[in-house]
Design a protein. Structure first.
Length: 227
């Protein structure tokens, strides 16, 4: 659609996905009953800044889930939203560029909504994932949720374009339960353990290692360190 000239704000939504993809090319399980959609954005940004749109979308999801359903919601670096410590939403941003300039970004949002994770997900993912149905004990109105998410995403995106990333990042970090905790980060072939100090303006995790060294990590998988 985008390559055919779809304008900014174009949205594609699916009832289910057979080829859903997560970060780093991983499979994203997208059974019927979830909310799976993508939004076309055309910001005037450099390619390195595209990751900021993941934080824009993550903040929108966190705020809506908290306000609509009263859930205990957390953002998790770099691209997840958790409810009661389990993943309820994943976000993926894929871009098309010319040199270092962004032509467009497709932001994909997947919310585990009206299904039971125990019967819909592979066994190896059930301990780390949840759904709105699992948390609330009932199904939600997907149309209401979709409308609320699009409206909030539009509002936060406009705020980002007008005022810059810092305003979005400050709000995102208010939901970040991992900050100021010992975490474990796997990046490439390296495993780092330390205190999660901050997220910088590039979307990098600022980590204080156990030996006192400060590291900034742009890409990795985060979990709480074993006690």
């Amino acid at each position: 659609l985008v390559l055919l000239g779809a304008p900014e704000g174009t949205v594609a939504i699916a009832q289910t996905q057979t080829g859903g993809r997560g970060r780093l090319g991983r499979v994203w399980f997208s059974p019927e009953g979830g909310l799976w959609f993508s939004v076309v954005l055309k910001p005037k940004l450099k390619a390195a800044e595209a990751v900021r749109l993941v934080f824009v979308a993550g903040l929108a999801v966190a705020e809506v889930l908290r306000e609509l359903y009263g859930l205990k919601v957390e953002t998790k670096w770099p691209n997840d939203v958790l409810v009661n410590g389990r993943k309820v939403c994943g976000i993926l941003a894929e871009m098309n560029t010319t040199d270092e300039t962004i032509n467009f970004v497709v932001v994909g949002v997947g919310v585990n909504a009206n299904f039971d994770v125990e019967t819909s997900f592979p066994k190896q993912l059930r301990n780390t994932a949840t759904s709105l149905e699992n948390e609330l004990g009932k199904k939600v109105d997907l149309e209401e949720l979709f409308k609320a998410l699009l409206e909030r995403l539009e509002r936060i995106y406009a705020l980002y374009i007008k005022r810059g990333f810092s305003s979005v990042l400050v709000a995102w970090k208010k939901h970040a339960g991992f900050l100021n905790h010992q975490v474990e980060v796997t990046c490439q072939n390296e495993k780092l353990v330390g205190l999660a100090l901050d997220i910088d303006d590039n979307g990098a995790l600022v980590l204080k290692l156990d030996n006192g060294v400060i590291r900034k990590v742009l890409v990795g998988d985060l979990s709480f360190a074993a006690k």
